[in-house]
Design a binder for this molecule. Structure first.
Ligand code: FA5
Length: 335
């Protein structure tokens, strides 16, 4: 005697346990396959006594279709829950990944560049690794000149055998060599700034770093006087720091300008020197192939970290390149 009801209960219990497609396939083989349990029952019908055959045959056939239906419903459920697990819930709020932000010196450099552009200056860049000739000699600072002490230099070693007698290279100590390079290529009127990194072999303190950013300015034209220098720089400083900023010009010495000056701004009850400047020396104008009687001009070199200190109230210049994210994060979202 075959107990079709017990068989069905067993088949359904084991179907419910099939958690993925592979176990569903195994179940199908075990129950409905060629050697499956139900297939065996159907095959055995012909060996039953004649009066039993109709009941068992019809019942087993019904059970077969019922199990096939149950298996395909179960398969549908498995597919649906797999799709759920992979799907994206578009109703969830978006999350911004951590993106990083611009460095305060970059922010300041960009603001200064924008302001100079608005005032009609072009912007060019020059090499960090420079020839001694441009960094010093052609700026009227020959070897042995005491003014070389103003810029403690990081030299680029040439270890090759042919190094002897070759032009010496260094990491530029200021952006002024670009005055010479620009004058080699361009004719007046000239109104240009040169932002860039400079390097000095010097001890650091709260206002001095060994790596610094400068913005060089060069203006050459007919009939320019010290009044143009002063007017341009004061207008610039007011644009950057506001009309109330207190400034002062003081005499300073740089071999490539005559006269030379420094510009300081009021900072924490004291003065902070932000740039050196002066009228371009007539010999430099002459070396560029121009008539110094006709052309005059002025130049300046501004310290970008110093301006950033004023702008953001940073007490110590050494914070800028320490790479402490707690310091850098304070500038997130600034422009
Ligand atoms: C010069 O470098 C001249 N080339 C500037 C110049 C250009 C004068 C054109 C005349 C004509 P000085 O060494 O003073 O000058 O540097 C210029 C500015 O760079 C300073 O006013 C200061 O703001 C900044 N600076 C200089 N040294 C450092 C330093 N170690 N760390 C941070 N900023 C510095």
């Amino acid at each position: 005697m075959v107990d079709l009801e017990a068989l069905e209960a067993e088949a359904r219990t084991s179907l419910a346990k099939a958690g993925d497609e592979a176990s569903l396939d195994e179940w199908r083989v075990a129950w409905l396959g060629r050697r499956g349990r139900l297939t065996a029952v159907l095959r055995g019908v012909r060996d039953l006594p004649a009066e039993e055959r109709p009941r068992v045959g019809a019942g087993a056939n019904r059970l077969k279709s019922a199990l096939e239906e149950a298996a395909s419903a179960h398969r549908g459920q498995l597919l649906a829950s797999a799709a759920d697990a992979e799907s994206i819930d578009v109703t969830l709020p978006g999350r911004t990944p951590p993106l990083g932000s611009l460095h305060p010196v970059t922010l300041t450099r960009r603001q200064l560049e924008r302001t100079f552009r608005d005032m009609g200056f072009d912007v060019v860049e020059g090499p960090d690794v420079e020839l001694e000739e441009y960094n010093f000699d052609r700026l009227r600072i020959p070897a042995g000149h005491p003014a070389r002490d103003m810029w403690d230099t990081i030299w680029v070693a040439d270890d090759s055998d042919s190094g002897e007698g070759k032009p010496r290279q260094l990491l530029r100590t200021h952006t002024s060599p670009m005055q010479i390079r620009y004058l080699e290529r361009r004719d007046p009127p000239i109104r240009v700034i040169v932002p860039g990194t400079c390097y000095r072999y010097e001890a650091t303190d709260a206002t001095h770093e060994w790596m610094l950013t400068q913005i060089e300015g060069l203006v050459i034209d007919e009939n320019l006087s010290f009044a143009h220098l002063k007017g341009t720089l004061e207008a610039f400083v007011r644009r950057v720091f506001g009309a109330d900023i207190e400034t002062r010009f003081r005499c300073d010495y740089f071999p490539f300008v005559e006269p030379g000056a420094e510009l300081g701004v009021r900072w924490q009850g004291d003065w902070l020197e932000i740039l050196g400047c002066g009228m371009v020396h007539p010999e430099i104008i002459e070396d560029a192939g121009l008539d110094p009687e006709r052309y005059t001009g002025f130049a300046f070199g501004m310290g970008v970290e110093r301006v950033a200190m004023l702008r953001y109230g940073v007490q110590d210049i050494r914070h800028f390149y320490r790479n402490d994210v707690r310091f850098l994060r304070q500038f997130e979202g600034r422009r």
